[in-house]
Design a protein around this ligand. Structure first.
Ligand SMILES: C[S@@+](CC[C@H](N)C(=O)[O-])C[C@H]1O[C@@H](n2cnc3c(N)ncnc32)[C@H](O)[C@@H]1O
Length: 287
């Protein structure tokens, strides 16, 4: 543990604020979304079950890895936009296995004093959470092992309360997270609970998988493939993504394919079609 962590600067905790050891509770025999995503991004934290499932998806939608990279670049552009708007605090729910350009790295490159709390409920993300605790000396990061579906507990977690000041604007991130929740799971109500905790001027950075931009038969077979390996994903349309933001102001260009949202000339983004990107991105501001 670094001196900084011993001082209580950057921490991995559970909802009660207790320090968490890495969990060994990994089901490596079943494919897992965080590890499949890691595989698509060229990471090494995945197992044969993840690679086999991902290969089936790639066979149907060969652009899947490129779409995931476009999603990461969307995250980077959206975080920089939040920093440009003066935001210095980030609550990143559904963090994923650490990779290049994690939220705190992007934010602190622009504003070293930025503070970031990561939240994920996956044991493998927890096992790698220390890699997220590389804050700039002026900023802070924490990782909380918790479930998105428990907003009251997440918002009351000691690390969240300690690091984020809810009297100042916060950037909430749910990037490539909400397509894991059926309408019956109440994603709209859950999102509303987080949004209502934020002060005016806060932003919500969201991306979401979609089949709306692609051939319906391809979309259908991709969803079926995920379902066959036990992953129930939900494709949402642009209108359904907009429904996450009643009364909020959508930053230009509104809900757009992740690779087209304020594209900065990256050649892969330019080359991908919206169907290949297979995801919408949006940044909304709380009035
Ligand atoms: C596809 S990854 C996205 C990672 C990152 N946000 C990005 O877009 O690059 C989705 C993440 O959401 C996490 N996740 C899924 N269900 C969750 C839940 N109920 N609570 C917290 N995290 C969850 C998964 O563990 C995974 O790490």
């Amino acid at each position: 543990m670094s001196e900084r962590q011993q001082q209580g600067g950057d921490v991995v905790t559970d909802l009660a604020g207790e320090q968490r050891p890495p969990s060994l509770d990994l089901r490596t025999d079943l494919p897992h979304p965080a590890r499949m995503y890691d595989y698509y991004l060229g990471g090494k934290d995945n197992f044969p079950s993840d690679r086999a499932a991902a290969a089936q998806v790639v066979k149907l939608l060969p652009s899947t890895p490129a779409g995931c990279r476009a999603n990461r670049r969307f995250l980077g552009r959206a975080v920089r936009l939040a920093v440009d708007r003066g935001i210095r605090q980030f609550l990143d729910i559904g963090t994923g296995i650490p990779t290049a350009d994690n939220t705190h790295e992007v934010a602190q490159a622009a504003a070293p004093e930025a503070r970031v709390v990561y939240v994920d409920n996956d044991p493998i993300v927890l096992a790698h959470a220390r890699a997220l605790l590389t804050s700039s000396p002026q900023g802070r990061t924490a990782y909380v092992d918790a479930d998105f579906r428990d907003p009251d507990a997440v918002l009351a977690a000691p690390a969240v309360r300690d690091i984020l000041d809810f009297d100042q604007p916060v950037a909430l991130l749910t990037v490539a997270l909400l397509h894991f929740f059926q309408d019956a799971d109440g994603p709209y109500e859950l999102v509303r609970r987080y949004q209502s905790a934020l002060p005016s001027g806060s932003v919500h950075i969201l991306s979401h998988g979609t089949g709306e931009t692609m051939d319906p038969a391809v979309a259908e077979s991709v969803m079926r493939t995920y379902a066959e390996v036990g992953l129930k994903m939900v494709s949402r349309t642009k209108a359904e993504v907009e429904r996450f933001f009643p009364g909020w102001e959508l930053v230009e260009p509104g809900v757009a394919p992740v690779n087209r949202w304020r594209a900065d000339g990256n050649p892969e983004d330019l080359a991908l079609s919206p169907a290949e990107a297979a995801g919408y991105g949006v940044v909304a501001v709380k009035p």
